[in-house]
Write a protein that binds this ligand. Structure first.
Ligand code: SF4
Length: 346
């Protein structure tokens, strides 16, 4: 009977060491193989040149290396790059490289499709197929780091979990991927340069605080009025603002980390003074930053970017309350790489 081969990168260093000991080999062989897999990015056991032929064959007999493959790369006129990434089972997710003056940011996916149903988001139209494994998340970052070096002459500096999927619905794998990204024998990136952006799952925000994670938290808020938020993000009916706020208070009490809110202002939906007042009331309990993100309509429907007068009103009123506010221009619109646009059109 043929044995089903395991993905070798699902094994920890300890498990790899144990494998070799059980096979009558030395434990340090596990360290060597681990280094090939994670620091040197080997795609094939044959690449592991300091491992004997016999051992490579043994690995071949037991394991596979499930690497992602960048199926298609699209470049925007503004330098943004979007990758359509093929996974080992043929499913596809997208990730984006966003170059700016002093930084290059990777926007990565955490699920194939999404479990949530935000009405303004193209990903929501794809049903959730499965969670990504830690190595599939890690590989997206490695691929973007390579592209950043190749096309922008500098390494990747920041990562945001704002691609396809709700990262807190795939929490354990996201955490494991971040562990690898920040590990000295992984990519050695600082957790301070990583933002996990959630649509707001209260019990998971509390768990993150309990786990004392070192990366940053962003919340896609879009409205601080329950009725409006539920109409935009229907899961708000299950996790209302009161619960979200309580979880964020818990997060702040434990971490003392500033909270970032991602916020799109849509024409006729959340563009009045009352909306800004509710936002101020919601976020002023802790040091906060509001990113007002320019929206890219995914069709001719009800979600259209508000006019600049409404944005100016938000900026003025938030600043008057000493809340940091930035207006984020949309990037990569021409290749459907901007916020809310990731939908595997390719
Ligand atoms: S905005 Fe994020 S959480 Fe909402 S449906 Fe899209 S991918 Fe999922």
């Amino acid at each position: 009977m043929e044995i089903k081969k395991k993905d070798i990168r699902a094994l920890s260093k300890e498990q790899l060491r144990d494998f070799f000991v059980n096979e009558g080999d030395k434990a340090f062989r596990g360290n060597q193989v681990y280094e090939w897999l994670w620091s040197k990015g080997a795609h094939d056991f044959e690449d592991m040149t300091n491992i004997s032929k016999e051992t490579r064959q043994k690995l071949q007999d037991h394991f596979v290396i499930n690497h992602i493959k960048v199926d298609q790369m699209q470049k925007s006129a503004d330098g943004t790059i979007k990758n359509a990434v093929r996974l080992h089972d043929g499913l596809i997710v997208e990730s984006v490289l966003i170059p700016a003056k002093n930084r290059t940011t990777a926007c990565v996916s955490s699920q194939v499709g999404c479990s949530l149903d935000c009405r303004f988001c193209a990903t929501a139209r794809l049903k959730r197929m499965r969670n990504l494994n830690p190595d599939e998340i890690y590989d997206q970052v490695v691929a973007i780091d390579k592209e950043s070096r190749l096309y922008h002459d500098r390494p990747l500096s920041n990562i945001v979990f704002m691609g396809m999927g709700e990262p807190l619905m795939n929490y354990n794998n996201v955490l494991k991927a971040i562990d690898k990204i920040t590990a000295p024998d992984g990519l050695a990136m600082s957790p301070k340069r990583i933002v996990v952006s959630t649509s707001g799952v209260p019990k998971m925000i509390k768990k993150m605080a309990d786990d004392e994670v070192k990366f940053k938290l962003a919340v896609s808020l879009h409205s601080a009025i329950d009725e409006i938020r539920t109409s935009i993000m229907p899961f708000n009916a299950t996790f209302p603002l009161k619960d979200l706020r309580e979880a964020l208070e818990y997060w702040y009490a434990k971490t003392k980390n500033r909270i970032t809110y991602e916020y799109v202002v849509w024409d006729g939906i959340n563009d009045t003074k009352k909306d800004v007042e509710a936002l101020i009331q919601f976020c002023k309990f802790a040091p906060s930053k509001v990113n007002l993100i320019e929206y890219n309509p995914i069709d001719d429907g009800e979600f259209q970017q508000a006019n600049s007068k409404a944005i100016d009103m938000y900026v003025k009123m938030l600043e008057a309350e000493n809340i940091t506010v930035t207006v984020r221009r949309s990037r990569g619109k021409d290749i459907d790489a901007a916020c809310g646009q990731l939908a595997n059109k390719t």
